[in-house]
Design a protein around this ligand. Structure first.
Ligand SMILES: [Fe+2]
Ligand SMILES: [Fe+2]
Length: 269
């Protein structure tokens, strides 16, 4: 079996979305089989690219140039699914990137179990969104997409705790805030396939945020630091802008993110 960090690098260097997620799923299955057999596979080291390989399409535009469409229209719903597909593809790369990039920091094997599982789920989420798009006569790449998605990864490329604070505990937690409304839009349109796919994503994302919180707290404990203070400092350092309510306080609580972590960040320091 290839060391895990090298698996991660191979995913990052694969451009096509369906290919990338197929590889991701295959590696996750290998990892799980080894772990179920009681093995502790090698993590190894890798040289992940600063930017993951991506397909020719979608065209990446700055957010203000991505056309806004009414969510109530069929085109608007396709645009929404396309935007989520793009987020999920970035999430696949983000999950493998953290595995490949921070191998110098020794972590318990359970950290890798969590991240491999989440990477596999992100791969499934991407494919669910692609299936929905294709059922509606579209596909991932048919529309332009948000160019800034990898910024958080670049900003935190040298800071493991910063990565945990910004990616799972801010960005993925934001997903918990906005997904219920998205589900509502597709329910109103009686778009069953999209509703089911988004409900799967919503349920599994709670665990991803929880993994972030769990391992962030673990590292704070290792260094005897106050988690809330460190979280505030890292988000202010690496995240651009303030956090925007309304928050999904219930799901955030399920994921181990208490209100005093995010409310103070709705105001600039
Ligand atoms: Fe996801
Ligand atoms: Fe996620």
């Amino acid at each position: 079996m290839m060391p895990l960090a090298q698996m991660a690098e191979a995913v990052l260097r694969t451009a096509d979305g369906r290919e990338k997620t197929k590889l991701s799923h295959g590696f996750a299955a290998e990892w799980r089989a080894a772990r179920d057999a009681g093995e502790t596979p090698e993590i190894g080291t890798a040289t992940p690219p600063m930017q993951p390989a991506r397909p020719e399409k979608p065209e990446l535009l700055s957010p203000r140039d991505v056309p806004q469409r009414k969510p109530g229209s069929p085109e608007g719903r396709i645009a929404l699914l396309h935007a989520v597909a793009h987020i999920e593809l970035n999430a696949v790369d983000l999950h493998w990137d953290i595995i490949a990039r921070f191998t110098d920091i020794k972590m318990p094997i359970g950290f890798y179990d969590d991240w491999v599982k989440a990477a596999d789920e992100e791969s499934k989420h991407f494919n669910l969104m692609c299936d929905c798009l294709e059922a509606l006569g579209s596909y991932y790449g048919a529309l332009p997409a948000h160019a800034g998605m990898w910024r958080a990864a670049e900003d935190t490329a040298d800071d493991f705790m910063g990565r945990l604070a910004v990616v799972p505990m801010v960005l993925e937690a934001r997903g918990l805030d906005v997904t219920p409304n998205m589900i509502k839009i597709f329910k109103q349109a009686k778009a069953t396939q999209a509703v089911e796919a988004l409900e799967t994503i919503y349920a599994e994302e709670v665990a991803h945020v929880a993994y972030g919180s769990k391992w962030f707290h673990f590292l704070c404990g290792r260094h005897e630091m106050d988690p809330k203070d460190v979280f505030h400092a890292l988000v202010r350092k690496y995240f651009h802008g303030v956090l925007k309510p309304p928050f999904n306080e219930e799901k955030r609580a399920d994921a181990g993110i208490p209100p005093d972590f995010y409310w103070p960040l709705t105001e600039s320091a």
